[in-house]
Design a protein around this ligand. Structure first.
Ligand code: MG
Length: 377
């Protein structure tokens, strides 16, 4: 039973190109499956989340992170009576537009296109992937996803200004997205905050003592675990404490969102869309815990000297490859040369690089940039 404020698939605004319905799957289930079958989805396997392959095969990459976010999202959406199919599709697509090399790659790509009057935004890139770059169907370009999935792709994590983005006018920019989309930014945070503590500890970049001292919510659960399982190895005590943190954040997101909906008398989807703020939220206490984990990770992991070399490499490779193709567009594959001839060369080079895996961009960099002098390097 869906809540009255959930998105009903029967009331979807539909696809750009109408299609006959499927005998076994509704439209949001089909969208979820189209995302899973997309080439860009498979490439997430070789895109850095925080750690490159050099560290360990056990650590999260962008694909396994995405699967974890989908798991959390299903639980939270279901507990709130939301449309789980839509929420799951949005979780699976939420990182589709990320370039290679994680955050460092995204920053470098944005910096490279700025002098050309452009910017790089992974949500807008994801929208271009599903609207244009994926080519699987004879009748249309892209995946022909429903309105609600396309809207969630751009609106799940931030608001876009209608004056700045006239091309997004159809996405009701003056309204909040449905709760199914609002959730994703928060389930994403639950996913990576706990996973990065886990991988950071396994990588020996974070010690148990450091996490206990720097993350009070972890320490609270750790004390309980150490009493219940005093003889368990450190790693298992760590896992149990982290499980406590994970469940606390996910549980709080569910119960606090219910409280907020009640408090503001939210009953229908239109109440959610027209409310002045987003309504999916942690309680103030859990929000403080979330912030503490995040700043701990920034201070002790993301800016750790051990990862600095990889970030420098990422920036150098992205910048050099972009400049190589800007100076010598004839070195681009024929398909992209033609696209550039019809549009903007910096945009085409940016989109091409953004779609690459870590492995492929290194290969392209070695082929086009190493040993060749680029005037902008
Ligand atoms: Mg993510």
């Amino acid at each position: 039973m869906l809540a009255a404020y959930a998105v009903q698939v029967e009331q979807s605004r539909g696809r750009r190109f109408p299609e006959p319905s499927h005998p076994y799957r509704n439209d949001f289930q089909r969208d979820r499956d189209r995302i899973i079958h997309a080439r860009a989805f498979r490439r997430l396997e070789d895109k850095t989340q925080v750690f490159t392959r050099r560290y360990s095969d056990h650590f999260r990459n962008r694909l396994t992170h995405t699967i974890e976010v989908a798991q959390i999202t299903r639980t939270v959406a279901s507990a709130l009576g939301l449309n789980v199919d839509l929420a799951e599709a949005l979780a699976l697509v939420h990182d589709l537009g990320h370039p290679p090399f994680g955050h460092a790659g995204e920053k470098a790509l944005d910096a490279a296109v700025r002098p050309h009057g452009l910017s790089f935004d992974h949500n807008l890139h994801a929208l271009r992937i599903v609207e244009d770059f994926e080519q699987r169907y004879a009748a249309f370009r892209g995946l022909n996803l429903t309105f609600e999935v396309r809207e969630g792709i751009i609106k799940h994590s931030r608001d876009y200004d209608a004056a700045e983005h006239p091309e997004l006018a159809e996405y009701l920019l003056d309204q909040r997205p449905p709760l199914e989309a609002q959730l994703i930014d928060l389930t994403d945070e639950i996913g990576y905050n706990t996973a990065d503590l886990d991988d950071g500890y396994e990588a020996h970049l974070l010690t148990l003592e450091q996490v206990r001292a720097g993350v009070p919510i972890f320490e609270r659960f750790f004390r309980e675990v150490a009493q219940t399982y005093p003889k368990a190895p450190d790693k298992l005590q760590f896992n149990e404490a982290l499980k406590g943190v994970f469940n606390r954040l996910a549980g709080d997101l569910i119960t606090n969102t219910q409280v907020v909906l009640k408090q503001f008398g939210i009953e229908t989807l239109s109440d959610i869309r027209l409310y002045k703020e987003r309504l999916a939220a942690f309680s103030p206490e859990a929000e403080a815990d979330r912030k503490q984990i995040k700043s701990f990770l920034y201070e002790n992991l993301y800016y750790s000297p051990s990862l600095a070399g990889e970030k420098d490499d990422a920036e150098r490779i992205v910048t050099a490859l972009f400049n190589c193709w800007m100076e010598n567009p004839s070195a681009l594959p024929h398909y992209y040369q033609e696209k550039a001839a019809q549009g903007s060369l910096p945009r085409v080079v940016c989109d091409y690089i953004a779609g690459m895996t870590d492995h492929f961009i290194i290969e392209q960099y070695e082929k086009h940039c190493v040993g060749k002098k680029s005037s902008q390097e």
